[in-house]
Design a protein around this ligand. Structure first.
Ligand SMILES: [Zn+2]
Length: 322
């Protein structure tokens, strides 16, 4: 398989979470440049939990106590190439820090110039952000020494009860020769198929092999595909207004089995097809958009529009999921 380029994709899961009485109090205290731990028997846990992770005992917000602000590095690992999601934009350490008065360790960044400047048992103190919102990143990082740095200003006016959480993962996938040829065909308003010489199944999207026969497919197996197909399955999405969601009304995503092909095109948008009319067996045709051609781009698929042909009534359509 020849690879000449790759694409980077990021999947984000932004959401809000409620903090509850214990973490809420911890986050509120951060806005006041204070750390809270919670008593559990003879121990103080920091960060505090609603349950003791060892004994499963219920813990009460009444048992929160102040700890720190300085602490001791218990272990650490060096981050030499921080990503955009890391708390600092230059190399730093993640460390387990046991704040004074606590018996468990808090994970946070330590900002030192090199790994040589860090050691287990080292004393560190927080460097607070000037603006604090009730998030663990209200501490920009810990720094060597006993004295907190940064900070200033007042704490939160109201108790912090919610937290924005933005989980994301970025990965890189190679674009194969077949996929590039399929993309190029799409840019001309065509669908390219690859036909297995053994079983004659036709695959879409530049798939490089027949999974049934374990045969590699290449340009010599290309076939032109129809612009029409049948909906085999669909989903109606009621959009939740999470960050980044641009849809406000319910919308459909359909799986289309192209005529003459053996695999479906998944999660396709529809055009001029009311949500209430979308159904299995409906006949649809591709709608292409050439508005980007003038500026040097390619044709893009807008979605699938009903053709008005009679529905396909094959009861096995719904089983076509890939
Ligand atoms: Zn095959």
């Amino acid at each position: 398989m020849t690879t000449t380029r790759s694409v980077e994709a990021t999947i984000r899961f932004p959401y809000k979470r409620s903090l509850g009485p214990v973490m809420g109090a911890f986050m509120t205290a951060l806005t006041e440049q204070r750390f809270l731990g919670i008593r559990s028997g003879e121990r103080v846990l920091c960060p505090p939990r609603e349950w003791d992770p060892d004994t499963a005992a219920d813990l009460s917000a009444d048992d929160l106590v102040e700890v720190g602000p300085a602490g001791t590095v218990e272990s650490w690992t060096w981050v030499s190439s921080p990503s955009a999601a890391h708390p600092l934009d230059h190399p730093f350490a993640f460390a387990l820090i046991r704040l004074d008065g606590a018996d468990t360790a808090l994970l946070h960044a330590v900002d030192v110039a090199s790994p040589d400047a860090l050691s287990t048992g080292m004393r560190v103190a927080p460097r607070w952000k000037a603006e604090r919102v009730g998030h663990i990143t209200d501490v920009e990082a810990f720094v060597p020494g006993e004295v907190p740095q940064g900070g200033g200003g007042a704490g939160a006016e109201e108790p912090v009860t919610m937290m924005d959480y933005d989980a994301a993962i970025t990965y890189t996938t190679p674009v194969t020769r077949n996929e590039m040829r399929a993309e190029a065909a799409n840019a001309e308003g065509r669908f390219l198929g690859l036909e297995c010489p053994a079983c004659a199944r036709v695959y879409l999207g530049g798939r490089g092999f027949c999974p049934i026969d374990a045969l590699e497919l290449g340009p010599e197996h290309e076939v032109e595909l129809s612009q029409r197909g049948t909906i085999t399955n669909y989903t109606i999405i009621e959009p939740v207004q999470y960050p980044g969601q641009t849809e406000t009304e319910p919308f459909a995503r359909v799986h289309v089995l192209l005529d003459g092909s053996d695999v479906i095109l998944g999660y396709q948008p529809v055009v001029e097809f009311p949500v209430g009319d979308v159904r299995i067996g409906a006949r649809v045709a591709a709608v292409w958009n050439d508005t980007k051609v003038a500026s040097g781009g390619g044709i893009e698929l807008d979605g699938w529009i009903p053709t008005g042909e009679p529905d396909d009534t094959d009861p096995n359509l719904v089983n076509r999921i890939c």
